[in-house]
Design a protein around this ligand. Structure first.
Ligand code: NCD
Ligand code: ZN
Length: 345
């Protein structure tokens, strides 16, 4: 039995740092395990210009603990009015690594998102030319579509058309939750990849709805049926370079989740690698862990792999029920449970 796993330092290809005190509280958790992260731009107001992204990056770097080497990779929040010149210029200056499509009202802070996906095709054209990665929250938001079908429907309504029209655009289908998404990514060319979160590998929708409402298992896209979770586990542990790590760690205070209108999002950062490695271990695929966590993402983004290494050891770790943060508390992913791996640095 493998009791110790050492891999190149991984990156998180989908992460929410927030801003202000919450950001200062969560940054150390990610910087402890990861070398870089794709930082989501859904702040209030959203990060829509290169100047805003450069300022936000400075605030993140100022929040880094001393001596920590961490690189935030910034993302432009696409709107109906995105200025393609500013986006491409920002990418050329090294501010933007990617741009993100939030369909309007799909998730937390997406009210300014895109209302007409085909309306941003001129921007996608420029991104394709300039080599800016396109990150997609792939859910339709029209009320006629059941919440459990939103991802599959997005593929048919939008994603096939985008991929057909922009064959050289690098597209990340983010936080995929369905067999449909796995199949779409597999049948697409090498420019189409996907991130997978720890929660979607661990839980199906029962974890959210059986035995009482479980707000700490609620995130978007929502977890689906068991058959979908099993497909995601297969994809993540397959060694296929199209699939890579993106926690979608999305901190919300405990009170904002345990409320009559609870927020979507799971704070996965504190025990992220332990959580993923548990899945690879259960699937008897520890040898594929480094690819998923540390190699496939940089290859897709055209960035160098990290030089340093990290180690996890087989050991029972009790995950606290909650963490004190920014004068309040946040429940971490796996809160109150024990987990079989320990990150040792
Ligand atoms: C994210 C958040 O809280 O910002 N929530 C979530 O459930 N994943 C937004 C997102 O990525 O959808
Ligand atoms: Zn997210």
């Amino acid at each position: 039995m493998t009791d110790s796993v050492t891999i190149r330092r991984p990156d998180d290809w989908h992460l929410h740092f927030r801003d202000g005190d919450v950001m200062r509280g969560v940054v150390p958790y990610t910087a402890r395990q990861f070398a870089r992260a794709i930082v989501m731009p859904n702040l209030t107001p959203p990060i829509t210009t290169a100047a805003m992204a450069a300022d936000y990056r400075d605030r993140i770097l100022a929040a880094m603990p001393d001596g920590v080497d961490f690189e935030p990779l910034m993302v432009c929040y696409l709107t109906d009015d995105t200025d393609a010149d500013d986006l491409v210029c920002g990418a050329e200056e090294g501010v933007f690594t990617a741009a993100k499509l939030y369909p309007a009202n799909a998730t937390t802070n997406s009210a300014h998102g895109v209302t007409n996906v085909r309306g941003i095709y001129p921007v996608l054209e420029r991104m394709q030319e300039a080599g800016v990665v396109f990150c997609v929250h792939g859910e339709v938001t029209t009320p006629d579509i059941d919440v459990f079908d939103r991802e599959a429907e997005f593929i048919e309504r939008y994603l096939r058309d985008i991929v057909a029209n922009f064959p050289d655009l690098k597209v990340v289908f983010e936080h995929i939750t369905t067999r449909d998404a796995v199949e779409f990514v597999l049948e697409s060319g090498p420019n189409v990849g996907a991130t997978i979160t720890p929660q979607h590998l661990h839980i199906n929708r029962n974890a959210m709805l059986v035995g009482g409402m479980q707000p700490h298992n609620y995130c978007l896209p929502v977890a689906k049926r068991e058959e979908h979770r099993l497909e995601l586990r297969k994809a993540a542990t397959s060694g296929n370079p199209k699939f890579f790590l993106g926690t979608d760690s999305a901190p919300h205070f405990r009170g904002d989740k345990e409320s009559s209108c609870g927020c979507a999002g799971i704070f996965g950062a504190p025990y992220a690698l332990e959580s993923y490695l548990t899945v690879f271990d259960e699937e008897d695929a520890i040898e594929q862990f480094e690819g998923f966590a540390s190699l496939h993402g940089p290859a897709f983004y055209g960035l160098p792999v990290n030089e340093h290494k990290v180690t996890l050891e087989r050991m029972r770790v009790e995950v606290p029920d909650e963490l004190a943060l920014a004068g309040s508390t946040i429940v971490p992913w796996h809160g109150g449970q024990s987990i079989g791996w320990k990150f040792v640095g």
